[in-house]
Design a protein around this ligand. Structure first.
Ligand SMILES: Nc1nc2c(c(=O)[nH]1)N[C@H]1C(S)=C(S)[C@@H](COP(=O)(O)OP(=O)(O)OC[C@H]3O[C@@H](n4cnc5c(N)ncnc54)[C@H](O)[C@@H]3O)O[C@H]1N2
Ligand code: MOO
Ligand code: MG
Length: 418
């Protein structure tokens, strides 16, 4: 009866995620200096503007020469070549290597015309050599054409696609962008996320405890989660349990945010103000009940074209609700092609003795042992419990019903973070 009274229709988590993802608004793009692009999602494909490398490059310090000149050379028998120049990195060789000639060359320098191999310094003896003035070199190794010479385009041909729109920029991507001259990088703007904690019991972090009151922790936790997901958190003042006030404050923040998150007040209590607001607002409600534990009353709506994620006040449910619904939205809005948390299979390392009418997403701590991922609940898994979030690096998915799961069983886990 309550379900009807409060107009709640339970949907699966998968359906809730699809509804959220169907309403993603892709962020606008901006150009940022390459040094600031770490962790951002690339908003354009990147192609090789030139072959890589774009000149024939020596792979070793030694002598550039014609391989045919070294036929028969060995540790016991050297061939002697005239050294016609020295080629340091960054310079262009002045001479063409003719028969019987060589050039002293450094790793990464341009191999002169005429030369088709570079012999390592350790396989040679310089005779009468003065840097820059030439001399003679005794070569103790027979070389093949191409030895120690990196051909033009070995890594990439001109025009080849190297980065895909929607990839996240890490060390390898930054190196590609630098190599091809992208001092500015086109990325999706970071979504701004206004975080409101509701509840008349909430005290600021620096306040002494009072009977019946607690320090609000969800806002700080969510701010970290938003940053992990590439967003910019705006931590708003706590809101009392008054629906009109909550509505006013949310709307007042609309201009400066791309989406709202609230925590608390989504269940069926007298003071559950978000539930009250959803009951009478002019926005579109995507859902207000999900068949999952924790966080079943998690609700999401669209208001003035922006999503409002109303997460539970219970810290465990708030954390899990963010990971399963808000993070995918934030990732998708920044162009991530695979916004949902990746799933893996792991061995359960401890019994989990509690069944549930709904699928359960247990905060888990994982480790790799002998090549196998093992996972255990990160602590007590009650929705109200906050301290077990510390060690959480994944969510263990347990299906509805039954008596929980036994140690040694294979379980599905969702990884957290990027
Ligand atoms: N009769 C029913 N009671 C409850 C139901 C239900 O279906 N019927 N659902 C339970 C479930 S499941 C959950 S989850 C919670 C949802 O609670 P709310 O989202 O309404 O959150 P509040 O009532 O505001 O607070 C719950 C709990 O969390 C603490 N809290 C709130 N905000 C913060 C914060 N910023 N930092 C730390 N802790 C916070 C708050 O003090 C409460 O202890 O409802 C169940 N009840
Ligand atoms: O939906 Mo609640 O988070 O299970 O206690
Ligand atoms: Mg409540």
């Amino acid at each position: 009866m309550n379900e009807l009274k409060f107009g709640r229709q339970t949907i699966s988590l998968e359906e809730a995620q699809q509804r959220v993802l169907r309403h993603v608004r892709l962020q606008e793009t901006e150009e940022v200096p390459l040094f600031e692009a770490y962790g951002r999602w690339l908003a354009e494909n990147v192609y090789a503007g030139s072959p890589l490398p774009h000149f024939r490059r020596s792979g070793v310090d030694g002598y550039a020469l014609r391989a045919s000149d070294t036929a028969g050379a060995s540790l016991a028998a050297a061939v002697c070549l005239e050294v016609v120049e020295t080629v340091p990195c960054g310079s262009v060789p002045a001479k063409t290597i003719g028969p019987g000639q060589a050039a002293r060359i450094m790793t990464g320098a341009s191999v002169p015309e005429g030369a088709d191999a570079v012999v390592m310094l350790e396989m040679t003896n310089a005779v009468h050599q003065e840097i820059g003035l030439g001399g003679t070199v005794a070569v103790h190794k027979a070389m093949n054409p191409g030895d120690n010479v990196t051909p033009v385009g070995e890594e990439a041909a001109a025009g080849e696609q190297l980065l895909r729109k929607g990839c996240i920029i890490g060390p390898g991507e930054a190196a590609v962008l630098a190599t091809f001259g992208h001092s500015l990088v086109k990325v999706y703007k970071r979504p701004r996320v206004a975080i409101f904690s509701t509840g008349s019991e909430l005290l600021p972090v620096d306040a002494p405890l009072e009977p019946g009151k607690i320090r609000g922790s969800n806002g700080y936790m969510l701010a970290c989660q938003v940053m992990q997901a590439g967003g910019v958190p705006l931590l708003m003042p706590f809101l009392p349990d008054e629906a009109d006030r909550v509505e006013r404050e949310l709307l007042a923040a609309a201009e400066q945010t791309d989406l709202w998150i609230t925590t608390g007040g989504v269940s069926v209590g007298d003071k559950d103000v978000l539930a009250e607001l959803f009951g009478r607002w002019d926005g579109e409600l995507l859902f207000n009940k999900i068949s999952m534990r924790p966080g079943s009353p998690t609700s999401v709506g669209l208001w003035r074209d922006k999503p409002l994620f109303a997460l539970s006040g219970n810290p465990g449910a708030c954390y899990v609700g963010f990971e399963l619904l808000v993070r995918p939205y934030l990732r998708a809005s920044q162009g991530a092609p695979d916004p949902l948390p990746p799933a893996a299979t792991a061995v359960l390392d401890a019994d989990y003795g509690k069944g549930s009418a709904y699928p359960r997403y247990v905060r888990g701590a994982s480790r790799v042992e002998h090549g196998t991922v093992r996972v255990r609940p990160a602590g007590r898994d009650k929705s109200s419990i906050m301290v077990s979030i510390r060690e959480t690096d994944c969510l263990i998915c347990l299906p509805a019903g039954g008596r929980g799961a036994r140690r040694g069983e294979l379980v599905r886990v969702l990884t957290i973070g990027d």
